[in-house]
Ligand binder design. Sequence first.
Ligand SMILES: [Zn+2]
Length: 435
Amino acid sequence: MAQLGNGSHRSLAGMNGVTVRESNRSAVFEAIRHYAPISRKALAAHSGLNPATVTHIVDDLLGAGLVLEVAGDTTVAHSNGATLRRAVGRRPTGLSINADACYLVGLDLTHTSATVVITNLAAELLVHKHFTVSLSHSADMHVNRVLKEVEHAIAHSGLPRDRIRGIGVGAPGPLNTRTGTVMSKTFESWANVPLKQLLEERFALPVTVDNDSNTAALAEQWFGAGRECANFAYVVVGAGVGAGMVVIGHLFQGGGDLSPEFGHTSILADGPMCGCGNRGCLEMLAATPHMVSRVVEAMRLGGTSILSALLPPNIQSDGSSPDPLHEDFDALTPERIWDAVEKGDPLATAVVSEICTHLATGLANLVALFHPSVIFIGHDMSRAGPRTYALLRIALAERGVPSQVQVLPATTDDWVPALGAVTLALRTLFAGTTC
Ligand SMILES: [Zn+2]
């Protein structure tokens, strides 16, 4: 992996939705969180900012009560002078996060699951709830459940309600990051879901929404294997397909209000028409609903598989493509298909190999454009087994992707991407709110 060096967290001038000020404060805060207790001098080196800028930001963070001055293990001075526990004769030597200054909610939302976390300011996990729903459930049903779960998590956290200062959300794209509205081109009920508005109305807290692949990439950068890697891609493969790109230590967010949509890059010029107006989009050919549909289709054509027992008896083809959202297919989960590959099931292996070929075609384009040193595969496909990953690597090699580009399942802890959403809430906090 390429190692992050000094200056890796440079300002993000011109990047969508993130001001230079927010970005610099975020970089300083993250360096304090990571290296605490840390001196101002070391902070300048780690953040890549000049000492004067660091001093200014640190003064702001101290004044807001987000950061403390510490000496060794002993907290010696509170930022704004309110609480002092000074060790006589010792000077403050470093900076640390004031972890309990306030609390943040993170939400990782996919079409089929949601994770709710509450963390302290140091992004330490305090509350965690994960649940899954059927893909046949409407967006309304899913979002209402999410609102209830967030309400429940806050109510049962035991934390003072007025110390919870923001909500960050990673949601499936395409979405408008300014309005926080999901605008799916693939799933009708997700075509216009005003997530930011719904959450702000319910909780009266600032809400920041970004693409789930971007928040997952942030989580990998802050908390996972991505923290030592300057250039990586976090590719979400579930009911949708997306990618968060970290380039020279920065999350690439494109321009304007719409986040980039890797899932809607075309990999088949004369492929099926997509709701986005393009043909042969990667999401149509590599997402899990298509994989389920292809397995059902293969069985309808007489193929036998250990997965057959999961489907209703006598599934006859009426000539149309099977609808993967139909509740008859709820038991045929992606995890069971990948598990069948591990057991050597020929039908599952043939279908997954086909899906991996599509995915590899998209990934080869992504490698040609960005040259990441690592591709993390996240969400549902992070739970696929070694045989599926071997099929993917074969397909990548056939498309000229160098073997030096590592392809790894992302961390499978379901709460980690939600921590990436917490970092969004942190950035909003840095935009001017004080604790
Ligand atoms: Zn499309």
